[in-house]
Design a protein around this ligand. Structure first.
Ligand SMILES: Cc1cc2nc3c(=O)[nH]c(=O)nc-3n(C[C@H](O)[C@H](O)[C@H](O)COP(=O)(O)O)c2cc1C
Length: 363
């Protein structure tokens, strides 16, 4: 049946009824928690944000006018898809395609309860994860509408003069399809420098904003620059408006950056590491508990855009996890009041250029 009307009602947004299709991204908890335990909750939004970077770029290029809906009545969307919220949940809805007349009223939604083949013979339950997810649910379309009316965050501005970066590239050497095929997570960075133009293009692309039912720039981009031509090594804050860097602390921070990234060498070997920080208290005051979802989602999306800009220009990137409190402290006093949300490292692969796809072997 045509359930677009039900999706539109649950998301309190007419678009889902007026576009020919909608994608819903969901998370099966155990696929993340087997490795990351309760912290897997943040990965749901980082990972779906990274996927949305690719999806929105492809859908935008096809003229599908994609827009992300992070606000919806969870219970209704999960029921519409037959998701059992004890194990899986809808995260975002993306209506796609040209506007057309609204869908007819949806037929009644019968419960969906197919037998499924379990992922593992047993799965560990992380109650903290389910608790935070249900504490961030929205219960009615009216609540969804009110949630969308939250006041935007006050604009931030630099406290010192910024160093202007070169005008970002508008086109890169690789076309989008080839970029997505080449995209991967770099497993080892060489210490080779990036050019300022390459970094500028990656940062502008990361911070370009997400078409969504919440405002962009909940997260700010802080950086540790290790090796970028013409830019002194040190820590910086990136200001997208003027495409400039504000120097916070000059010096070689490679070993500190490796430490901050959960003692992973990738964070020290990269040419530059983006630390996404956000004022969680202010976000939770405005968007309630669901603010935690959108801060992590936006950071994952920005990280995904940085990956695309890196692979389009012929270098590499990797998402990274980190020591939350130490990251915040490292960027103080500038970042006082901000919390660490996500990290993406940029640089050239030690294996030479972006990873080539492995040849297909048939046995
Ligand atoms: C949100 C996110 C967080 C990640 N965190 C880490 C990490 O802390 N350490 C690491 O070595 N790789 C990390 N990665 C890389 C993943 O291991 C890698 O993305 C995954 O294996 C899928 O491979 P692919 O990105 O090459 O397609 C992360 C990737 C993402 C998207």
């Amino acid at each position: 049946g045509d359930f677009r009307g039900a999706l539109a009602a649950a998301s309190a947004d007419g678009d889902a009824a007026r576009r020919p299709m909608a994608l819903v991204l969901s998370a099966i908890y155990w696929r993340n928690t087997w490795k990351y335990q309760a912290r897997g909750y943040r990965h749901f939004f980082w990972d779906s944000g990274a996927m949305l970077a690719n999806l929105l770029a492809a859908a935008g290029a096809l003229g599908f006018e994609p827009r992300v809906l992070a606000g919806f009545v969870d219970r209704e969307v999960n029921a519409l898809l037959g998701l059992d919220p004890e194990r899986e949940a809808a995260l975002e809805i993306i209506p796609l395609g040209p506007l057309s007349p609204p869908a007819p009223p949806a037929p009644p939604v019968d419960p969906i309860d197919y037998p499924i083949v379990p992922l593992s013979s047993e799965a560990v339950d992380y109650p903290a994860l389910r608790e935070i997810h249900s504490a961030s649910m929205l219960d009615t379309p009216e609540v969804v509408r009110a949630w969308r009316r939250a006041e935007p965050l006050p604009a931030r501005s630099p406290r010192a003069p910024t160093i202007g970066l070169p005008e970002p590239r508008r086109e890169a050497g690789r076309a989008f399809g080839e970029t997505v095929l080449r995209r991967a997570s770099t497993r080892q960075f060489s210490h080779e420098a990036l050019s300022a133009l390459e970094l500028s293009t990656a940062l502008a692309s990361a911070a370009g904003g997400i078409p969504a039912d919440f405002p962009s720039q909940l997260v700010s981009l802080y950086l540790i620059v290790n090796a970028v031509e013409g830019i002194e090594p040190g820590s910086y804050c990136y200001w997208p408006g003027g495409n400039g860097l504000e120097l916070l602390s000059p010096g070689d921070h490679r070993s500190r950056s490796a430490y901050l990234c959960l003692d992973q060498p990738l964070g020290g070997d990269a040419a530059a590491v983006i630390y996404f920080l956000a004022p969680l208290d202010a976000i939770l005051t405005r968007w309630g508990n669901r603010g935690y979802r959108i801060a992590n989602l936006e950071a994952g999306y920005c990280g995904g855009r940085a990956y695309l800009a890196a692979y389009a220009q012929g270098f590499g990137a990797s998402g990274l996890t980190f020591y939350d409190a130490d990251v915040g402290r490292f960027f103080e006093p500038h970042a006082r009041g901000l919390d660490a949300i996500f990290v993406t490292a940029l640089g050239r692969s030690a294996r030479g250029g972006a990873r080539e796809p492995a040849p297909l072997r048939i046995r």
